[in-house]
Design a protein around this ligand. Sequence first.
Ligand SMILES: [Ca+2]
Ligand SMILES: [Ca+2]
Length: 396
Amino acid sequence: MADTGEWSLFTEDASGRDTTLASGTVAAPGTGSWHRLALRFRGDRVTGRLDGVDLATVRDATHTTGQVGLRVSPWQHAQFDDLSVVRTAPPPRFVPHPEMTVTASSQHAGNDFGVAYPARFAIDDRVESAWRSEYRPAAPLPQSITLDLGRTRSVRALAYKPKITGAAGGAITSYRVAVSQDGEQFRQVDAGYWQATIATKVATWPATDARYVRLEATDVAGCPKAGVASEINVATSPMTPLGAGEPPTDPVPEFPHTVPLGDLSASATSQQPGYEATKAIDGDCSTMWHTSWSPYEPPPQSITLDLGAAYETIALVYQPRQDGTNNGIVTGYELAVSSDGESFTPVASGSWPGDPATTWAQWPAASGRYVRLTAQDGVGGYVSAAELRIAYDDSG
Ligand SMILES: [Ca+2]
Ligand SMILES: [Ca+2]
């Protein structure tokens, strides 16, 4: 808020990006007098108040986890006093973690740079430790974690904290919750989508007697595709659902037939050690083919896939690198098909946007065993690919 009366309510993500949630102007408060500013949080509703009057109420679930503080920019003059935090509702009643045990469909229990992700870290009351399903090699989704509450209780909500870091990688974005009395027969009580954020999510259902509660990840944010939970709580009191997301909109057409990964082999005109052509067909979105940067080998560069047998090829699906860097994401492309790996016939060319979203190129059915992607250009003057797939027509 400025002394002129202009105000804005904004949220900032871990990368420092601001999003204005509401803004306006009130009578100029001027300077030299004290005013009472307040933020009221209830579920995902955030209300800004000035001197006891609501300025705006918005819905935002990006800061439902974490600490509360008051900070001003080091270059701004500001005076403040009497910061207080008060409850807006009774806290939920959680089943105490020490009364629980936990198992998971898989866990990355290996030690990576001093860090491991066993299932028990999801119920140790520490947000800095987490369970993560196995990612080396990646255990395919869905993956689940099951809480044994020690005895039957009337349960009605699950609070899920992803990993508390700057990035949402591993955050469960598509989930199912199921409960059981005996640990054998599970009944689904909730399912849906969560936003790909580090904020706490809450799933709710009508009160149900259960001893076991299972959270299943059917999709997660980022790469590798392994679910993360820094803390999971089960509530016996009502809670407000939090963090609901939208189903993913996938612009890539459904190609019913793609050449099996195990039948593919790959070679490239340039590759950096550790980033070989085969990394584009290993089924792991966190590994990639990347052209040599030492020594630097500029585009055009190409990667050739051997499909193992002849197919009526119709499309290539290109997943760019998913590690947050855009170097090498292909922009200008050409595709060619060959029966013998020697003589190639062009089938498609064009440009891709150069962002991390999966994209594709289609062409009229062309018979061949080899498909060559030539990148005329890529972001930063490099070429890379996390994963490549070839679709074929099976109607012949
Ligand atoms: Ca933990
Ligand atoms: Ca890969």
